[in-house]
Design a protein around this ligand. Sequence first.
Ligand code: PLP
Length: 399
Amino acid sequence: MRRVRPARRTSLVEYAVREVDALAQELEREGRKVIRLNIGDPVPYGFQPPGELRAALAEAVEEGYNFYSPSEGLWQLREAIAERERRVNSVQIGAEDVIVTQGVSEAINLVMTALIEEGDEVLLPSPCYPVYALYARLYGGIPKFYRLAECQGAWRLADEVEKLVTERTKLVVVINPHNPTGAVLEEGEVRRLAEAALSANAVVVSDEIYDALVFEGQFRSTASVARDAPVIGLNGFSKRWLATGWRLGYMYFSPSGELAEVKDAITRLARTRLCPPTPPQRAAALVLRQGEGFVGKLREEMRKRRDYFLKLVEQVDCLSLTRPAAAFYAYPRLTVSGDWGDDRGFAKGLLLEEGVAVVHGGGFYDYRSDRFRVVFLPPPDVMAEAVERIARFIKRHAR
Ligand SMILES: Cc1ncc(COP(=O)(O)O)c(C=O)c1O
């Protein structure tokens, strides 16, 4: 039989979070019960977007917001987003600096498509939300990593980023608050990253999708502290509104003028997909105008779950965990080796034997091979059961 070959570049795309999930699904089809700690989506764990959001979405549909919106998004939403970023993050932008996207995921793709040429270097954190490295490679870019490391109970920038930039550096990616560690960078660290970008004439891309879910530390938006470096900020509604399935995010350009051509290129690219979904855009515009009061409640709920998870892990020998300061991820370290081999072997063995799905650190381009990521989203009894199974697996296989 003749085989149709996919484009060679697709072989560069490997997304561990979803791959772990494919194996978990296979086990479930065989009738196994799997505790999923692998996907950063609160909705399957019983969370739902707040009532006022759901009502606003229904109202948007009834009102007739069922048409193609402008490709850059509804003007009323772009205005509301700019107002939110000015008020909450002290980022001085106007509606014209905002483009609405189908989640931050699409924004990442658009930015990389518009900016990366063959051989360009993209500076990324290690560990890293993997999609950045995937898109960089897909467009011929070369990911280079600056390391994050645990230091006195917190995650800190562990490299002199200044030494990693070269004349080929095109983008410096900041993920703050950070997935998978839950780190919140200090203002000085954000500034250093921005200054490193400036010294190389590179653009800073700052993903701030968890900015409303900070438990400790002082989050500072990159565009508010970057001084002269050109910044593309990314944010969205998936996490802080528990609206993962709405597919709504946005990007904004620091209004220095330097990014005008990039913004124009991204706008042209955005036209090819017509528009982000219109009813959620209208709902978001309505809700942003009323304020996002419900987010505080969500943050407190997440903090409770985080504290409970920390307590559970404290009782397990052979795991050490630096307290996540934001988001809903924990990133423990295995302090023993075992016959599972590396982190990938650990995650696979744990899933197959104990039915607990986690993502190995390698899936996040970690420079070490003894970490894994879990979400602390399930109810307490499920988290307790999961940690018990993890402890049992480690005990059975540690050497
Ligand atoms: C750091 C980060 N950026 C972007 C995304 C994707 O978000 P969206 O649902 O807006 O596409 C995620 C999802 O987990 C994320 O963790």
